[in-house]
Design a protein around this ligand. Sequence first.
Ligand code: NDP
Ligand code: PYC
Length: 339
Amino acid sequence: MSDTVSLGIEALRERVDAIFRKAGLNAVQAGAIARVIVAAERDACKSHGVYRIEGALRTIKAGKVTADAVPELLTQQAPAIVKADAKGGFANPAFELGLPPLVERARTCGLAALVINDAVHFSALWAEVEALAEQGLAGLAMCPSYATVAPTGGNRPLLGTNPFAFGWPRQGQPPYVFDFATSVAARGEIELLRRAGKPLPEGWAIDADGRPTTDPEAALAGAMLSFGGHKGSAIGTMIELLAGIMIGDLTSAGALDLLRTTTLFPSHGELIIAFSPQAFAGGRPGNPLGRAEVLFEAILGQGARLPSQRRFLARARSEAEGIPLSRMEMEQLDRFLEL
Ligand code: NDP
Ligand code: PYC
């Protein structure tokens, strides 16, 4: 018997949605997080796919997310800033609510930002910049997390794994998108290696005494390291400033102080910025989207791949053949439905 089962994308979405409805989330919350979890699983982003259901259920059970939250758009105080209050619910429904006015503002003003406050956050950010690219806009998305990363030269968790995503629209092709943690790896990757009983690559983490470690348990009890040393540490700090302090929400240290555990999902804000390439290039020679293609071709011409290429290939495979899930994952989904 094969160890892998294929499930259709819609069938998995319905199952995940049902799990969260059964756990007490309203339709707005359950729908949005089911969509983002299934999109991650469809695109073979295992660290933010069905593996995240368990943590979300724990967070709901602990009362650390408002299960019946309905996000609200706040009265606009600046023409290019759209504010969405997640009302203690997950960030994803607030993003879905804020996306249309963000697109409209970016087209009118040339650039615009969506600020999400008071949100529980656990998901990958690429879906959000992809949604902007589908509207012909370039985008940046970023958020703090909870303090699990030591600043370069330091020895204790202070920064979050602080994801950072960028998207650029392409005509007739999937967009150029990158999305990564500013730590060497997402914390979910360490947890997946711990579960598989595998060591971490060198340089990912330090233990509770500040010594380099490849033991996932020791890393989870110690601190992760920033990617690219001082460079990733500074970008992680920038995210604390822009998507924490500047938007009047929690930093990663503040989120951990409030939650007091990393076994539940943290509450904080998120910042998404949308740019109209045409508005920025206005009056200059050359179409920015056409010029970008020359750059992408030059990258590919050297035998390099574009970020998200692996993901788009996985998506095409899932669309054609269904999403591959291990028997263990399938059994776990069944168990979640019985809880
Ligand atoms: P990865 O290191 O897996 O991937 C980073 C990016 O680099 C992806 O866009 C990937 O594209 C691309 N990439 C990888 N290898 C190459 C290559 N050889 N050439 C070109 N591009 C490449 O990401 P992380 O583990 O750092 O992060 C995983 C996810 O975790 C992200 O989606 C992030 O948003 C999420 N996250 C969420 C947090 C939260 O608080 N909500 C916190 C931290 C992370 P591809 O996918 O095609 O391989
Ligand atoms: O993978 O680092 C991570 C992460 C933290 C919160 C959500 N994802």
